[in-house]
Design a protein around this ligand. Sequence first.
Ligand SMILES: [Zn+2]
Length: 353
Amino acid sequence: MTEHNGDIDAASRQNKHGLDVPKKMKALQYSEAEKFAVVEIDVPEIGDDDVLDLHYHKGEFLARFPLIPGHEATGTIAATGRNVKNVAIGDRVAADALQACLSCFHCTRRKPLLCDSLLGFGGNVPGGFAEYCRYPARLVHPIGDLPDLEAVLVEPAACAAHGIERMQIEVGSRVLLFGCGPTGMLLAQLIRLNGAAHLTIASKGGPKLDLAKELGIADSFITISDHQPQVEMAALASANPYGFDVVVEATGAPTVLEQSIEFVRKGGKLVVYGVYDEGVKIAWSPFRIWENEITVLASFCSMGHMPHVLEYVKSGKLKLGGIVSKTYRVEEWAECLEVVRRQEVVKAAIVFD
Ligand SMILES: [Zn+2]
C-alpha cells in the first residue's frame, strides 16, 4: 500500500458508515492453472472513479472448466473515489465483470463487448475470491435487499439478457434449449418473457434438470440420457416435425452443437451459447444452412445489461432463488471444485464474512 492512497490508508479507522477497511485481505490466488492457495495480500488501491467492494459472496460458473475465478460478484461498497456519484459507501451492489477500453477499433464502432483490450474481472484483472475488489464505479449496480445468493446470478443473467437481444425471438416462437445449467435456467426464463410461446428444455438428467422442472421454467422437459442419447434425440425430432424457430445450444458439448442444427425450422435460428474448447471443430452441411435459410448466431457475454436484469428481478418475473444451493468458505475451494466436478450441486458460491 502506497502513501498517496488516502481513503484506504486511512483504513483500520472506521469510515462514517462504519465499514472498517483493513490494509490486508484474504484472497484465493492461482499461481498457475490448477495451482491455488489462500493468501494474504494488500487491499487494492482505488482511483477517483473507482469503488472498493467488500465481498461477502462470490459466485462462479462452476459447471465450466477451466474456471475463471470470481467474475460473478456481489458485495458492499466499502470506499468510493471522489468522482463517484452512482453509489455510496454501504450500498449493496452487483458488479459487471467486463470493462471495455472504449478506444480500440471495435469500441469506437459501438461494439464495446467485442473490445480488443477487454478487461475481465476475475480473468485478466483481479476479481472474485478476495475480501475486497476495485471496480470502476460505472460497473457496479445497486441491488437493494436482493439476497447475496441471488445477487451472484445477476451477472450470468445479464449474459442471458444479451443473448435474448441477439436472438430477436419472433412473437409466438417455439424454442428449443439444450442444457439447463445455472445459465440455462436464467436464459430459459428470459426466453419465455421475450416472445417464446413454447419452450422445450432438453438436457441430461440430474440435479439441474430436476431443479429446472421444480422451478417450472419450460413448457416441456426432455431427458437426453448418457446411454442412448441418439434414441432420445430422434424421438425429439419426430415429435417436432417442423423443428423450432430458435434452437439454443447451451451445453458446450460439440456433439450437441453439431446435431442442434437438425432441429432448426426452415428460416429459423441456431444460437451458439455454450462455451467450447478453443480447438474444437464440428461439421455442418452448408447446403442445409443455405436451403433452409438458417441463421447461425452467437452470444459471447454481456456488457451493460445489469440494470435490465434488475428490472426483471424487481418485477418478480425473473426468479433467482434456489439456483445457488451450496456455499463454501474460500479455504474450502478444493472441496467445492470436487463437488461441482461430480455434478452434485447446481451451483455453489464462495462466501466471505
Ligand atoms: Zn476496446
